[in-house]
Design a protein around this ligand. Structure first.
Ligand code: NAD
Length: 264
């Protein structure tokens, strides 16, 4: 199977690093014109430079905008009129005991992880329907199925994304537009790597040892028995954005290394 996305414009939110960058790179490798997004113009420029080096000939441009805010989405919308592919990737996470999570954090997590994707989809879906082709992907998490006790607020947002994604897919019945979610398991993005680096330093062990401990203690059902690489997640996203994935719609696709034990 050869995935060819030439002629398609793809927006990947939060794509200056981590899973988002890997998705942007994968889509660019398949020939899509990619819009890289982050909050700071300097980081967007840096990511674009890296992307052009990683994928010679890549058609890519960048938009600096904080897509957690309505103004940020508005600003991107005024700069990128139309998109064939939208990947709602940006997301925040932070372990915190349930009893210590204030209302403000619940609202902040909801706005960043759920409402940003809602606003982006509302902005770009109508034209996709008009053109009768489009792909929207929400980057949820296995935490949307297994609510993590150490960050219930994060888990709530990842489950909510599944509901939103499935609900929006209902609007696409009979069209060439699909809306799906992808559920990564623990993945070594920059954010997660930093997190494990800190934990390792505090515990006085190496980072690989800390990662192995995390999988053994907190994700014992993992069949992969290691963190996934960002490219392993991006591969699934590129596939679901491809013309070949036309019969996959309203689905929740796992790249969780087998962490989730149930079958359906
Ligand atoms: P990361 O922190 O490494 O990267 C996130 C990216 O989003 C960065 O480029 C950051 O600059 C950008 N970003 C953050 N807030 C933004 C904003 N307001 N506007 C624009 N850009 C913003 O994160 P990651 O680990 O690559 O995670 C990406 C997605 O994957 C998230 O939705 C996360 O919940 C999900 N996920 C990650 C894992 C994992 O283990 N890494 C597992 C499951 C799901």
């Amino acid at each position: 199977m050869k995935i060819d996305l030439h002629g398609k414009t793809a927006i990947v939110t939060g794509s200056t690093s981590g899973i988002g960058y890997a998705i942007a790179k994968g889509l660019a490798q398949a020939g899509a014109r990619v819009i890289v997004n982050g909050r700071a113009a300097a980081r967007v420029e840096e990511a674009l430079k890296k992307l052009r080096a990683d994928v010679p000939g890549a058609e890519a441009s960048g938009v600096a905008a904080d897509l957690v805010t309505a103004e940020g989405v508005e600003s991107l919308g005024s700069q990128v009129e139309d998109a064939d592919i939208l990947v709602n990737n940006l997301g925040i996470f932070e372990p915190k005991p349930f009893l210590e999570i204030p209302d403000s954090d619940w609202l902040r997590f909801f706005e960043a992880n759920v409402l940003s994707g809602v606003r982006m989809s509302r902005r770009y879906l109508p034209k996709m329907l008009e053109k009768n082709w489009g792909r929207i992907v929400f980057i949820s998490s296995e935490s949307g199925l297994n609510t993590p006790a150490e960050m219930v607020h994060y888990g709530m947002t990842k489950t909510a994304q599944l509901a939103v994604s499935r609900g929006v897919a209902e609007l696409t019945a009979g069209t060439g537009v699909t809306v799906n979610s992808v559920l990564p398991g623990p993945t070594r993005s920059e954010g997660v790597s930093e997190f494990f680096g800190k934990m390792a330093a505090e515990a006085g062990v190496s980072q690989p040892e800390m990662e192995a401990r995390f999988i053994a203690e907190h994700r014992p059902t993992s069949l992969l028995r290691r963190l996934a690489d960002v490219e392993e997640v991006a591969n699934m996203v590129v596939y679901v954005c491809s013309p070949q994935a036309s019969a996959t719609n309203g689905a929740a696709l796992r790249v969780d290394g087998g962490v989730v034990k149930f079958i359906a």
